[in-house]
Structure formats: structure tokens, C-alpha cells
Ligand binder design. Structure first.
Ligand SMILES: Cc1ncc(COP(=O)(O)O)c(C=O)c1O
Length: 425
């Protein structure tokens, strides 16, 4: 729908009221990465009512074409029939009991065969469970303490990877954490030289996706250099593929970028919304992996495992990676064309399946806030400060509809610029 008058634009009254109630009984109301404080208040939805395919409806009855995909987990479409059928069949048998189901072994075998690096697979619930587990496995394997990370990373909420300044984090939590810049091989060499013999692992995402900033792909040869440094120094190389996993390559995003880590962490998309994560690794690390103490009340639940097996098989069957790349390219090139037409330069960053967009003269991201809010009021969910996600459920008609929303939103954004109602540089 295009050319909506102001009266036809969505309103978010119930979302806003619910958030006020939540703020009284839930610390932060809605916390963490989905907190509404990252968006213009009152111009984005806060609560979901119903979801299906690539669309969802909020509690005010507004429908959105979704480009956040639950921040990654939705990859085949909400309520995908193949996944739901597998989950339901398992639910009828058993879910959370005293033992795992046979499905745990089937899923591990399937992932071992699917992912070239994987000789073994360990399951949990969240991505952060696995990034912490991977660093502990690296320490157990090398008998060393230090872990190298990349500045601006996100590996979850454990104290070792949460920035000092957040509640409860102490400098001691980071005693054995070293930091290098993304794409900086010389910086990595320096740190490795300084702490030779003390470094257990290097953990990084396959490409760099800091919040608020442009996404940065690896420079040619970067990962191959990292890999050879790690091999020479006996450092365990960990690929945190929690965000990108199964959107760039079914065998892990490292296959897309041409390197072989020792450990890979997956979560988000692997169960199409069911709570499950995995760490896979090479056989040399299996003994160390078995010595790490890691478990949880819900880690052996069988339903998410059945959902994950169905999700992975379906993604492969339909070649979802290719479809997401195609739909993402259509969306991003369409947005760029619209921006150019209105004289507002747009920078696209990251892979098409997990893209992000910045206005080129918008250092404080005001234009992004205005643009994404105006898109949201017309029926597409584009996040102003977090990268976006495509799914295999997005079709050309959905992208075209979003581009219509974007056309209207760009007009409004341009109007702000022309009236000098917002500073651009
Ligand atoms: C790259 C990366 N690693 C780890 C995590 C943590 O995953 P979870 O929120 O499931 O614990 C995330 C979550 O966004 C992520 O993007």
C-alpha cells in the first residue's frame, strides 16, 4: 500500500501502554537487544500478537513484513509447516524428560555430515552458552588462559564478553581477555608475540557486525592469515557463527569465507525459532570438550532438536542460502536506487542475506531513525541501528511492497533534510 495519509499510518497505542505496564514489573520493561530504547518511542511496535511466514502482527493489529526475523532465528518463515510438523511429532512423544531422545543423536550425526569442520556436536539453548563453552574448550585443550577477541564484538552476555560499564561487570572478569581490531593482522601478530604460549583461543565472527556501525567483511586473505597464525602458535580458532550461521553457507560461514576454524558456534537460525544452539568441533578437541562442565535444565529437550533437524534439511532442500541472497540483493539495490533518486546517499554493508543500510551523511543516525520509523508506520520492519535479516519466506512481492513503503518514507526523510529539521554532514 502506498501514499498513505497520516490518518492511515499505523499507531502503536497498545504497544506503548503495555510497555508502560511492563516497566512497572519487569526491569527495563523489554531488555537487551530488543529494547525499544533503540528506536523512536511510539513509532515502532513493542509487542507481537501473531506471526506467520515473513509477516507478523503487533498487539495494535498492525501487520509488518519482517526484516529482523526475531533478530535471526526465523529463517524459513514463522510457523513453517515442515518444522512445525516435526516439532509436533516429537512433542507427542516426549520433550523435556530425564533423558535425551534418539533425535539428539540423529541431529548430531546430521550436523557432522553437513558441516565440514564438524567431527562432533554439543548442544545447548542460546548462542552465548556456546561461545562461553568454546572458550572453555580452548582453555581445556591448550592448558592456557587467554582469549583474543575483536573490538566491537558481540558474543553474548557472559561477563568475559560484556563490556565494563554494564551492571555487575568487573575488570577482573576481563583479566584474560585480549582485544585486537577487526581485519588487523599486524595487531594480531603483536598480541600473539607479546603473550606467546599464554593464548588459548581467538574468537571472532566470520565477518564484523557491530551494532550502530557499518558491517565490515574480511579483507582478502584475512582469515587465511589468522588461520595460519593460530596453527603456528597452537591457538584454538573459534568462529562465532551464531548470527550468520546458515544464511551464508550450510556448512558454516567459514566455508563462504574460505577458512577452517577448530570450533564453530551456531544458534539463532538453526531451529527456525526453537531454542537450540550448538558448538561443533574438530576431533582433536573432542577430549577437551568433554572435560568442560556445561549443562542446563532444558538443554536436552527433544522438541527443539526435532525442529532443528527439520530446519536444516529444509534449508538445504530449497537452497535457502541462494534465495536469501537474491531477495536481499533486490531489497538493498532497490533502497539504494530510491535513496539516490531523492539525493540521499545510501551505503549498504554486509552480505545481502544479513544486510544493513546507512545514510552517508548521517553520523548520528538521525536519518536512519526517521526513515525506519516512517517505514514501520507503513508496514515493514527495518531496524535503525541493528543489521537486518532476510528469510527464505520473503518473496519478490514482499520486497516490492517494502520498496513502496521505503519510497514514501524516503520522501518524508528528504523533507526533514530540506527543512533542515535534522542535521546532516
Ligand atoms: C555473533 C553472536 N554471538 C553470540 C550471540 C549470543 O547469542 P544468544 O543471544 O542466543 O545468547 C549473538 C546474539 O545476537 C550473536 O549475534
Amino acid at each position: 500500500m502506498t501514499n498513505k495519509s497520516r490518518e492511515q499510518l499505523y499507531n502503536f497505542q497498545k504497544s506503548t501502554e503495555l510497555f508502560s505496564r511492563a516497566a512497572e514489573v519487569i526491569p527495563g520493561g523489554i531488555y537487551g537487544h530488543i529494547s525499544p530504547i533503540l528506536m523512536v518511542p511510539g513509532l515502532f511496535p513493542n509487542y507481537t500478537y501473531h506471526a506467520e511466514g515473513c509477516r507478523y502482527t503487533d498487539v495494535d493489529g498492525n501487520e509488518f513484513i519482517d526484516y529482523e526475523c526475531a533478530y535471526g532465528p526465523m529463517i524459513l518463515g514463522y510457523k513453517h509447516p515442515v518444522v512445525e510438523e516435526a516439532a509436533e511429532a516429537q512433542r507427542k512423544l516426549a520433550d523435556c524428560t530425564n533423558h535425551p531422545g534418539e533425535i539428539m543423536v540423529e541431529l548430531a550425526e546430521y550436523m557432522r555430515d553437513l558441516i565440514p569442520v564438524a567431527d562432533w556436536v554439543f548442544f545447548a539453548k542460546n548462542g552465548g552458552d556456546m561461545t562461553t563453552y568454546a572458550t572453555l574448550t580452548a582453555r581445556a585443550h591448550t592448558n592456557r588462559k587467554k582469549i583474543i577477541t575483536v573490538r566491537g564484538h558481540y558474543h553474548g552476555i557472559a561477563p568475559w564478553c560484556t563490556a565494563i560499564g554494564h551492571g555487575g561487570i568487573t575488570p577482573e572478569d576481563h583479566l584474560n581477555i585480549l582485544t585486537v581490531e577487526w581485519n588487523d593482522i599486524e595487531g594480531l601478530r603483536k598480541v600473539v608475540k607479546k603473550y606467546r604460549g599464554e593464548i588459548a583461543g581467538f574468537i571472532a565472527t566470520p565477518y564484523h557486525h557491530p551494532t550502530f556501525k557499518e558491517q565490515v567483511m574480511p579483507l582478502p586473505g584475512y582469515w587465511q592469515e589468522v588461520e595460519s597464525i593460530c596453527r603456528e602458535e597452537g591457538i584454538v580458532l573459534i568462529s562465532d557463527d551464531v548470527r550468520a550461521g546458515f544464511r551464508l553457507h550450510m556448512g558454516g560461514s567459514n566455508e563462504y569465507f574460505g577458512f577452517k576454524p577448530d570450533l564453530i558456534c551456531f544458534s539463532k537460525a538453526m531451529g527456525n525459532g526453537y531454542a537450540i544452539s550448538a558448538c561443533v568441533g574438530q576431533k582433536e578437541l573432542m577430549n577437551a570438550a568433554s572435560k568442560v562442565f556445561a549443562t542446563g535444565s532444558f538443554w536436552f529437550s527433544a522438541v527443539p532438536m526435532a525442529a532443528a533437524l527439520a530446519t536444516l534439511k529444509e534449508l538445504k532442500r530449497i537452497n535457502a542460502v541462494e534465495k536469501m541472497e537474491k531477495m536481499g540483493s533486490m531489497l538493498m539495490n532497490g533502497l539504494k536506487e530510491i535513496g539516490n533518486r531523492y539525493g540521499l546517499g545510501i551505503t549498504i554493508s554486509g552480505p545481502y542475506a544479513i544486510p544493513f543500510m546507512h545514510f552517508t551523511r548521517d553520523p548520528n543516525m538521525y536519518l536512519s531513525q526517521i526513515f525506519c520509523a516512517e517505514v514501520s508506520r507503513r508496514g515493514s520492519l527495518l531496524h535503525p541501528s541493528h543489521n537486518w535479516f532476510l528469510s527464505a519466506a520473503h518473496e519478490e512481492k514482499d520486497i516490492n511492497e517494502t520498496l513502496n513503503h521505503a519510497e514514501e518514507a524516503m520522501k518524508v526523510t528528504k523533507d526533514y533534510v530540506d527543512r533542515k529539521a535534522v542535521a546532516t554532514f
